[in-house]
Design a protein around this ligand. Structure first.
Ligand SMILES: *Cc1c(COP(=O)(O)O)cnc(C)c1O
Length: 396
């Protein structure tokens, strides 16, 4: 980080102050640099910039001041040397693979990652000769047993989507280190406000900025954060192949980061209360939220997270039709697959976010037909509870 005075600053100060470089206009709020290219003061300067011998912008696929601000701010929050911003969370994962893998390499990935991540690894990475082993998130022996001589990446998401399983990041980091590979943690559900995987030994952190970093469901974006020597090759891929973040989106995310910790605490408090509310209902078979003491990941989550996050899921007693009736009875909660929004969202994973998985993959990942996921927003809790009561009434 370039700002020395922020070296020992707290998370909120970093979220609001890191990465600012004012222009000669002296603006207080961060501007949006909507420019595709940059002018040089002389032919010699142009030549030096293109050759990489002089710092400064050349073209916005490479660097852009608004994108740089976002990169520095998210790196500061994760306690990292560097970050690269991407057009989406999936672009962040793809770019990590393209930069660090080659044909013949192998990935070990948790079975319960974001559905599209599984599709990226199994359908597209395998096309280019990269093989993938899917393992149960919490079974450290299975992670160890899956390691092969060419294992380059261990990929995990914690808490997992949608069942909120908790991975032991420090233990996975040791397994990765022993295998000479890198641990990549998708930190989308916690954000650095609740969990800092690099401090626990992870090598790279992935973000879908689309979710909590924005916080209001406006823009698509992603980031990869970590040591300079691991992030730099990813930046090389992004600037060459083009999944760069737009300056407008970067600006939205930078402003989103300013309120990240406050929002994450509020999301977590509301989710915890709704998890207890749901757990007490006789119509509910199971609630999946690591903030409930009966959750198998409770102690681990307490040790590696500041709070339990905003996403929970539950199984209603009954079948798919029951789950759909429950969801269709909502008046406030939005029926949409997005999460990390001030607006509460509700979704049926088996037929939406995880709909592309085979029946066997769904069964292995615990995505049953009666499972419902809620990403708790910041509306009044009494109104959200009224919505859930409408759902229970619809179960009949
Ligand atoms: C949404 C999501 C992604 C993908 O991000 P996009 O911005 O939609 O491409 C990756 N991981 C997790 C955990 C997500 O929730």
């Amino acid at each position: 980080m370039s700002d020395d005075f922020l070296e020992d600053a707290g998370l909120d100060t970093l979220a609001i102050r890191a990465g600012i470089q004012r222009t000669h206009e002296g603006e207080h709020s961060e501007p949006i640099f909507t420019t595709s290219s940059y002018v040089f003061s002389s032919a010699a300067e142009a030549a030096a910039r293109f050759a990489g011998n002089s710092p400064g912008n050349v073209y916005s696929r490479y660097t852009n001041p608004s994108v740089r601000l976002f990169q520095e701010r998210i790196a500061a929050l994760e306690g990292a040397e560097a970050a690269v911003a991407t057009a989406s969370g999936m672009a962040a994962i793809l770019s990590t693979c393209m930069a660090h893998l080659q044909s013949g390499d192998h990935i070990v990935c948790s079975r319960s990652v974001f559905g599209t991540t599984t599709v990226l690894f199994t359908r597209y990475m395998e096309k280019f000769g990269v093989s993938v082993s899917l393992v149960p998130l919490t079974d450290l022996e299975a992670w160890r047993a899956a390691i092969r001589p060419r294992t380059k990446l261990l990929f995990v998401e914690t808490p997992s989507n949608p069942l909120c399983e908790i991975a032991d990041i420090a233990s996975l980091a040791r397994i990765a280190r022993d295998a000479g590979s890198y641990l990549v943690v998708d930190n989308c559900f916690c954000t650095p406000a609740l969990q800092r995987p690099l401090e626990l030994g992870a090598d790279l952190v992935i973000h879908s900025a689309t979710k909590y970093l924005d916080g209001q469901g406006r823009c698509l974006g992603g980031a990869v954060v970590g040591r300079f020597d691991l992030v730099d090759p990813i930046l090389g891929f992004v600037r060459t192949c083009g999944p760069s973040m737009s300056p407008f989106n970067a600006w939205v995310f930078s402003k989103g980061l300013e309120t990240l910790r406050l929002r994450m605490d509020a999301h977590s408090a509301s989710a915890l209360e709704l998890a207890h509310f749901l757990a007490e209902r006789s119509e509910v078979e199971n609630v999946f939220y690591a903030g409930l003491p009966q959750h198998p990941g409770y102690e681990l989550a307490k040790a590696q997270q500041r709070a339990f996050g905003g996403v929970l899921s539950f199984r209603v007693k009954g079948d798919k039709a029951a789950a759909w009736r429950f969801i269709d009875a909502m008046k406030i909660m939005s029926l949409t697959a997005n999460l990390g929004d001030v607006k509460t969202t509700i979704v049926h994973p088996a037929t939406t976010t995880h709909g592309r998985l085979s029946p066997e993959e769904k069964a292995a990942a615990g995505i049953t037909d009666n499972l419902i996921r809620i990403a708790v927003g910041l509306e009044d809790l009494t109104d959200l509870k009224k919505d859930l009561q409408r759902g229970f009434a619809a179960l009949g």
